[in-house]
Each structure stands twice: as structure tokens, then as C-alpha cells.
Design a protein around this ligand. Structure first.
Ligand code: GDP
Length: 369
């Protein structure tokens, strides 16, 4: 009985049964972890070990001081995630540097999800995913910083929960934290574009403070970089595929086992086993998808990558990492997530494989839609 053992990296409940689920730890690692009092789930262990996720220049004294300050301050933490890339928005060890401060979870970019998806359902899903990641937010809200959706409501919630305290905004790069703060500034003071927004991860380096009426302040923190997110393997001009700007139109396919779908040349999905079935793909509308036979897929990729299958472009191929495969058996309706790029919703009772560039993760989660 593992009781309430949690990973000290991400806070997920430790389990030893399902390698595809959060908190998975091999039995041997569990024993070692308990002995040394450093219990990480396999995912966090790898991240730590290979240094795949690191805050902006962790060696930087200012940054560490800032994190320490959040823990020691009596504050409200506004944790901004990208609802289109929830898994890539998770900050490992967040619970360690928020200390006992309350966390308000903000799911940004809700404009990207189909309008037909009920927002209350989406919020429940987000809350559940946050719980799985070891987080117990006091409240959860969906916004679109870009479209100015629900920003008033967010400001209302911040006022309700901060109770005279400072407010820290935290988030990994590219979730839209700068855009959100710009909206807030615009709403409060009429100053536009005070902070530069950018598609390039890691550009929000300064600490920015916005004074509040009662002498407290909103504090923007540097975006934490996921060093191996999809954005890092794409060239500047291909970054648009990981920051979609318009509502995603799901693309559906009727598939038989033995069929493959390529997402440009950056990712690949194999349908290995199960019935003739419908699947839905959620990616940037401009990312070209190609269906082919699984037995021809390797050859197809070799022949067409950089041409029919783009991004990447032909001249980028030499820098592009090879695709790596991970297989999943799905016992419930699930999203097969290509981290930072999108996902494919697949019914229960199927076996699939996801291919992503070396260093980027693929995973499965409960279906969002
Ligand atoms: P930061 O690194 O977290 O500060 O992110 P930015 O504010 O620089 O935004 C990163 C990318 O996401 C930019 O391309 C923004 O245009 C885009 N973005 C930000 N907010 C939204 C939103 O609400 N909806 C959509 N669709 N895109 C957004």
C-alpha cells in the first residue's frame, strides 16, 4: 500500500502499476527513493537526470531568490497554463516553491478549443488533470488572453482570493503569460504593450511589478523553459504550428489497424490494433496530415520528409532529431498527446504508437473531448 506517497518533483501520487500514467515509479526505484528520501516518479527522475526541464538559468541567483521569495511571501499564486498544451505547461516541483500559498489555476488559450465543447466540462477536465499532477487549486478559470475572454472575471477572482496579499504570476514559457499580463495592464491602466510578447520561448526575463490600489502588487516571474518542448526542435518560422492562432478544427479519420498518420514530418501516429474506428486529430489547422499504410510508413517518411511532409523544411532536415516511438494500450477513451503539438483522441480497446522527435514527450491522458 503506497498510501499518499507523492513525487517530490511533480507532486503526483506514486504508483507502480501503469507506466503510461502520472506518478509511475518502477518498484526498484521506489525502494531506492524511499531509502534516500528522494522519491521521484520516473518522468521527473528522467527530467532531472537528463536535465530536460530547467528554469531559466537555474544558476542565476536572482531567479533562485525569486522562487524563495514566493515561498516565503504570503501571496496568491496565479498559475497560468496553456489549455492546448496542458502537459507541457506543468512546472515540476511547483508545489515546493508555492509553499502553503493558495494557487489559482488559469487555463489560457481557451479560444483554440472547439466552441461546441462545453466550458464547464473543460474546466472539470482541467481541474482533474491538475489534481493528477498533485495540485489542489482553490479555483480554476478558463480565459483567452488574446481575445480578452474572461479577463474581468479573472481579475474578480484575484481580488477575491488575494485578500490584501501580493499576487505572483507563474508559468512555463509560451503559455501566454505576457499576453495575459498585457491585457490586465491594458484593462487597469490603459497602457498597451508594456511587456514584449514573443513566440520565442524564454524572452520574458525581467521581473515586472504592477502596483495594486492597496499598495500590494502583481508580480510577473520569468517563464520557466521546458528545454525539450516541441518549440525547441522547430525553426523560428515553424513555431506557428505550436502556437496556433485560430480555433482548432478537429480532423477525423476512419481507421483500420495497420494505418499511419503523419503530422507533417514532426510526429507520427500508428494504429496498431483494435476495430475499424473513428479518431479525431487536434492540431494547428495548417499542419498538414497524411494518411498512409503502416508497412510503408518508414519508407514514406524517408522519401517525403521535408517535402510532402512539412514542417520541417528540406534545408532543416540535417538539424532535425529522429522520431522515436512509444506504444500505448488504451483501456479508456484517451488522448494520445504529442507534447506541444496537439493530440489524437482514440477510443478504448485499441493499441497505438506515437512518434515524436527525440527529446520531446508523448503520453496518454483521459480524453478532453
Ligand atoms: P509567455 O512566454 O508565456 O509570456 O507567452 P506569450 O504571451 O509571449 O505568448 C506566446 C504565444 O501564445 C504567442 O504566439 C501568443 O500570441 C500566443 N497566445 C497568448 N495568449 C493566447 C490566447 O489566449 N489564445 C491564443 N490562441 N494564443 C495566445
Amino acid at each position: 500500500n503506497l498510501g499518499d506517497l507523492r513525487c517530490i518533483g511533480c507532486g503526483a501520487k506514486i504508483q507502480t502499476t501503469d507506466p503510461t500514467e502520472l506518478g509511475y515509479t518502477p518498484q526498484s526505484a521506489l525502494e531506492k527513493g524511499l531509502e534516500s528520501n528522494e522519491l521521484y516518479c520516473q518522468r521527473c527522475f528522467r527530467l532531472r537526470h537528463y536535465n530536460e526541464i530547467a528554469p531559466v538559468s537555474l544558476s542565476d541567483d536572482d531567479f533562485l531568490r525569486l522562487l524563495g521569495q514566493i515561498r516565503d511571501d504570503d501571496a496568491l499564486i496565479v498559475y497560468v497554463v496553456d489549455i492546448f498544451d496542458f502537459n507541457g505547461s506543468i512546472i515540476p516541483g511547483l508545489h515546493r516553491f508555492v509553499g502553503s500559498n493558495p494557487v489559482l489555476l488559469v487555463g489560457n488559450k481557451e479560444d483554440l478549443l472547439p466552441r461546441s465543447l462545453r466550458r464547464s466540462k473543460l474546466r472539470d477536465w482541467l481541474r482533474q488533470q491538475a489534481n493528477l499532477a498533485g495540485l489542489r487549486p482553490i479555483d480554476t478559470i478558463l480565459v483567452s488572453a488574446k481575445k480578452n475572454h474572461q479577463i474581468d472575471h479573472l481579475l474578480g477572482l484575484i481580488d477575491k482570493y488575494r485578500q490584501g496579499r501580493d499576487v505572483y504570476f507563474v508559468g512555463v514559457t509560451n503559455v501566454g503569460k505576457s499576453t495575459l499580463i498585457n491585457q490586465i495592464i491594458k484593462q487597469r491602466t490603459g497602457i498597451k504593450e508594456l511587456i514584449t510578447t514573443s513566440r520565442f520561448p524564454g524572452t520574458t526575463l525581467d521581473r515586472i511589478e504592477i502596483p495594486l490600489d492597496d499598495g500590494q502588487k502583481l508580480i510577473d516571474t520569468p517563464g520557466i523553459i521546458h528545454q525539450h518542448q516541441m518549440a525547441h526542435v522547430l525553426s523560428a518560422k515553424d513555431l506557428k504550428y505550436v502556437s496556433p492562432q485560430k480555433e482548432i478544427k478537429p480532423r477525423t479519420y476512419q481507421l483500420d489497424p495497420g494505418q499511419t498518420i503523419f503530422m507533417g514530418g514532426v510526429a507520427r501516429f500508428d494504429y496498431l490494433a483494435g476495430p475499424h474506428t473513428g479518431i479525431s486529430a487536434y492540431f494547428d489547422n495548417n499542419l498538414p496530415l497524411h494518411r498512409t499504410k503502416l508497412i510503408n510508413a518508414d519508407r514514406f517518411y524517408e522519401k517525403h520528409n521535408g517535402e510532402l511532409l512539412t514542417p520541417p523544411m528540406k534545408d532543416e532536415l540535417s538539424d532535425f532529431p529522429p522520431l522515436e516511438r512509444q506504444a500505448f494500450h488504451l483501456t479508456e477513451k484517451s488522448d494520445v498527446v504529442f507534447e506541444g503539438l496537439g493530440w489524437i483522441t482514440v477510443p478504448a480497446g485499441t493499441a497505438v504508437a506515437a512518434w515524436v522527435p527525440k527529446g520531446v514527450s508523448s503520453l496518454v491522458r483521459r480524453a478532453m473531448i
